[in-house]
Design a protein around this ligand. Structure first.
Ligand SMILES: O=C(CO)[C@H](O)[C@H](O)COP(=O)(O)O
Length: 301
């Protein structure tokens, strides 16, 4: 198939490359000159405007967005859609909020444009391993882009699927990332426990390696943790500060809206917030209260 890949950052460039290697014609565009240059050096066909990307495609055109979630998606659609015509298809493969995807699908449908929300997991390993693709949208539209999905997925018939109507792809990816938070937190806490038990002289990378084979808790996150611990057993140079990109917050908000208790995911999100506090007001007030009611000593800063 012919496709335009808009956004040639870490994810978009690798996905474009996997599609290119899989025999598709990929026309790449990124607003950043550096990203365009890197993609061109990697052998991709690159153009210098959205209009040129669309113009390079046969109709019906298929345009895949890998741009930051949020306003950038709306801005890109605003610039892109005037160049599109009835029957063309736009795919949003980023981590967009599913409610935004439902809204965008409706807006594009008014101009007879197809819109597919595709939750994409696989990170920087996706180029070689393939991506897990959670696809939302009209079945007939998804069918048209199936050759692309088969190439991006780890195997033709596995690792991708239309999971429901518009929004379902990004809803599923949101839940996936909520689970990711909880799993990561559980591994991190377990390894911290073993690290603290110094008299056992545990080699954490060795334990992780043992667990990777046959254990109930083996997983890709464990594989990656093992690699990180082998490279840097005491995690030197890594600040105890964990960012988030929003999907955990959406998952927790959704759990509350649906009356679904999700304590593990919720606490793993809160733990990330806590990791950013180097001088916690909460903890200082706790200490002050203990001092007030019990005369307990305050540790001075
Ligand atoms: O989608 C992903 C993996 O599945 C991304 O890596 C995600 O952006 C990471 O999320 P966060 O920054 O909130 O940890």
């Amino acid at each position: 198939m012919d496709i335009a890949m808009i956004g040639l950052g870490r994810m978009g460039a690798n996905m474009a490359q996997r599609l290119h290697r899989g025999g598709h014609r990929v026309v790449g565009y990124d607003p950043g000159e550096g990203a365009r240059q890197r993609a061109a050096e990697a052998g991709l066909e690159v153009v210098d405007s959205l209009a040129a990307a669309v113009a390079a495609l046969p109709v019906p055109r298929v345009v895949w967005l890998m741009v930051p979630a949020g306003e950038t998606v709306d801005q890109t659609l605003g610039q892109l859609t005037p160049h599109l015509a009835e029957g063309d298809i736009v795919i949003d493969g980023g981590n967009s909020n599913y409610q935004d995807s439902i809204r965008r699908a409706k807006a594009l449908a008014e101009d007879d444009l197809g819109y597919v929300d595709c939750g994409t997991s696989g990170g920087v390993w996706g180029l070689q391993e393939g991506y897990s693709l959670m696809v939302g949208g009209e079945a007939s539209v998804v069918e048209q882009i199936a050759p692309l999905l088969r190439t991006l997925a780890p195997a033709e018939d596995r690792g991708w699927g239309r999971v429901g109507p518009s929004g379902a792809g990004h809803f599923t990816k949101m839940v996936h990332n909520g689970i990711e938070y909880g799993m990561m937190q559980a591994y991190a806490e377990g390894f911290a426990l073993m690290e603290r038990k110094q008299e056992m002289e545990l080699d954490l990378a060795q334990v992780a390696e043992v667990w990777r084979h046959g254990s109930v808790v083996r997983s890709w996150l464990l594989d990656l943790s093992t690699e990180a611990l082998k490279r840097n057993p005491s995690l030197d140079g890594i600040a105890p500060y964990v960012e988030d990109s929003g999907e955990g917050r959406w998952t927790v908000a959704e759990a509350i809206a649906l009356d679904v208790p999700a304590p593990v995911i919720t606490l793993s999100l809160l733990e990330r917030l806590r990791s950013r506090e180097s001088n916690s007001f909460t903890d200082r007030l706790l200490s002050a209260m203990r001092n007030e009611f019990g005369g307990h000593a305050i540790k001075k800063s």
